[in-house]
Design a protein around this ligand. Sequence first.
Ligand code: DQA
Length: 141
Amino acid sequence: MNIVIINGPNLNLLGHREPDIYGKRTFEEYLDELRVAYPQHNIEYAQSNCEGTIIDLLHRYGFSADAIVLNAAAYTHTSIAIADAIRAIDTPVIEVHISNIYAREPYRRQSMIAEACRGSIAGFGLDSYRLAIESIATNKK
Ligand code: DQA
């Protein structure tokens, strides 16, 4: 399957950014491991710090990819525009978070995009991405 992982703002600094919350590994290191674990899938990766670019990526991949794994980062809590983009495309989107957003500050406990997504996975560290890929393979519609 063609799976696209899209990471939002500040996730380019994984490994360095608040390691107590987000861990000490870069996403690129983790991605290499994911690709080795899932040779049967083509896993593409994109990251942007800009809301509009994330929307453009959803439009670009949202009519051809089999699934999109999206960590919208802080835009999760604010972006009706990203939620609308998810509703506008054909490809199912799985929301992921490294941290458990429901166990953090009150402003992180609301996801504007969850309703538009196929499902949400949060709180398992980088393993949240693997769990999303597992769910795609087993819940194929
Ligand atoms: C995050 C949680 C968000 O609240 C935060 O703004 C992030 C990362 C996570 O993966 O845990 O940047 O999406």
